[in-house]
Design a protein around this ligand. Structure first.
Ligand SMILES: [Cu+2]
Length: 166
């Protein structure tokens, strides 16, 4: 009887960094998606990301859903009587052709409203973003190490603190 020896395939280990992953949908590239751990009792969590539109047409981020919360909103920051306030973007967030739109601490952001449990450092929140033209895409938002994180890899408090959401 003949013995067949199988090939041993060497596994190629690819270091995957969830935080730095780029998610593509149509001509849009989604980068730097992250969230922040939440304090106990918090009812909301944030989502930050950068969207690069490599296409020739303006697109719009029209809605967001996630398992972590009853609903998710797109929030913009605007000045009202000299005070920065956040409010829901009603007609979608425009992503102009060729533009890079950053939703980051202190600026526009996603807000997960009515979270089902506290977000822990390192936890990944999965959200589905819907764009008017590019369609739906699932994006992982990994929680940074600190509540005041200003970027995905920020593991120390920057001193600026988190935006007070409640
Ligand atoms: Cu908000």
């Amino acid at each position: 009887m003949r013995k067949v020896f199988g090939c041993v395939l060497a596994a190629i280990l690819v270091a995957t960094e969830v935080m730095a992953a780029t998610v593509d949908v149509g001509p849009l590239k989604i980068e730097q998606a992250f969230t922040r751990p939440t304090p106990g009792g918090a009812s909301v969590a944030v989502g930050y990301l950068t969207i690069v539109n490599t296409g020739k047409e303006t697109d719009r981020l029209v809605s967001v859903t996630s398992d972590i919360s009853a609903k998710a909103e797109i929030h913009e920051m605007k000045m009202e009587n000299g005070v920065m306030k956040m409010g829901e973007v009603k007609d979608g967030l425009p992503i102009p052709a060729g533009a890079t739109v950053a939703l980051k601490p202190g600026g526009d952001h996603l807000m997960f409203v009515g979270i089902r449990h506290a977000v822990k450092p390192g936890e990944v929140i999965k959200a589905t973003l819907t764009f008017e033209k590019a369609g739906k895409v699932d994006v992982p938002f990994k929680a940074a190490a600190s509540m005041g994180a200003m970027s995905p890899g920020d593991d120390g408090d920057s001193g600026m603190g988190g935006m007070k959401m409640q």
